[in-house]
Design a protein around this ligand. Structure first.
Ligand SMILES: [Ca+2]
Length: 339
């Protein structure tokens, strides 16, 4: 009776490279399989069934199938189908105390109800466990990112760094550390402290993953705590007012104007008698100084000059020339009269 066999189940190959790689892997595992067979019994091509009942979902699986392969024709009389062979489930061919129905390999005394063996898929190697005479699924990866033997590849990592990867077990695995990393993620920005007038220093990471020069943004209109003064004319002097920059770098309201600074001796347009006749006045000039000249006050016709101011005239009470009229203290001329 055949107790051990090598069964191949192969799905349609995805591509030529995978088929080649599978052949390499197949050779390695096949060697293990044949060694196991030599330990238990001789192959019998006439009773094999080309299926893999215990790992039906793994492509190109190679194993020593001592499980539940189907038998044609179907077993009868209480026999158990094992690897395409109908056997008596109660026999114990390897005399290990485990009946064939519960023995994962009834040709090897070292394998009974519990055992472990290697298995492989196109993507890599794995193990399968024996439990109460039935081999479980192979742990080898069923899907592959790559094929064993593919050349190493470099992929981006970190901040503009490069990571070498190797194909191991059908997956790309990092080999060593990420090399050549910069200091930041390109295109990102972050604040780097206060600056200027209540502003925030911002720096941006360049395309080479290095921080660029900081730029001060969001500044206010003045330096916190400073004051500003402005002046305006008042008469012939000036007056000033101040405002203070707040803690948030914004100008506060203007304060009230201070007193007008002393300048000149009079207010433009002001009048005084000064050295003038009582009927006249001196006017303060635009430059805030007394003009030094006298002019009649509004409405006055003449200077009184203590009654000495007279002029020639005609008409009125004057009958014959020459006639005269004096300026009265009212600053008006008296009527014209004979001399
Ligand atoms: Ca046994």
């Amino acid at each position: 009776m055949i107790q051990c066999e090598v069964v191949f189940t192969q799905r349609p190959a995805a591509n030529a490279r995978r088929t080649t790689a599978s052949a390499v892997l197949l050779g390695a595992v096949l060697g293990l399989a044949l060694a196991a067979c030599a330990n238990g019994g001789a192959p019998d091509a006439g009773t094999r069934t080309p299926i893999d009942a215990d790992t039906p979902d793994i492509p190109l699986i190679v194993d020593i199938d001592a499980g539940t392969a189907g038998c044609m024709p179907a077993c009868t009389g209480g026999q158990l189908c094992r690897s395409g062979i109908c056997i008596d489930p109660t026999i114990d061919a390897d005399a290990d105390g485990v009946p064939a129905a519960e023995d994962c390999d009834d040709t090897t005394a070292g394998i009974g109800r519990l055992a472990e063996r290697s298995c492989a898929s196109l993507c890599g190697v794995g193990v399968e466990q024996c439990a109460n005479g039935v081999w479980g699924a192979c742990s080898a990866p069923a899907t592959c990112e790559c094929t064993e033997g593919d050349p190493p590849r470099d992929v981006p990592c970190g901040f503009c760094g490069t990571q070498q990867q190797l194909c191991l077990g059908g997956s790309w695995m990092n080999a060593g550390a990420c090399n050549g990393s910069g200091e930041c993620a390109a295109g990102t920005s972050e604040p780097s402290g206060a600056c200027g007038r209540c502003g925030t220093s911002m720096r941006t990471c360049g395309v080479g993953c290095a921080w660029g020069a900081a730029v001060c943004t969001g500044e206010g209109e003045c330096v916190a705590g400073t004051t500003e003064t402005e002046s305006e004319a008042c008469g012939c002097g000036t007056r000033t007012r101040t405002r203070t920059c707040s803690g948030t770098c914004g100008w506060g309201a203007w304060g009230a104007f201070g007193a007008c600074s002393a300048a000149g001796v009079c207010t433009p347009g002001a009048t005084r008698t000064g050295s003038c006749d009582a009927c006249s006045q001196e006017v303060c000039s635009a430059s805030c100084t007394w003009s030094g000249t006298c002019s009649l006050r509004p409405g006055n016709a003449c200077d009184w000059r203590a009654g000495t101011n007279q002029r020639s005239c005609s008409g009125g009470m004057c009958i014959s020339s020459p006639c005269w009229q004096f300026c009265a203290s009212s600053c008006q001329y008296n009527p014209c009269q004979d001399r």
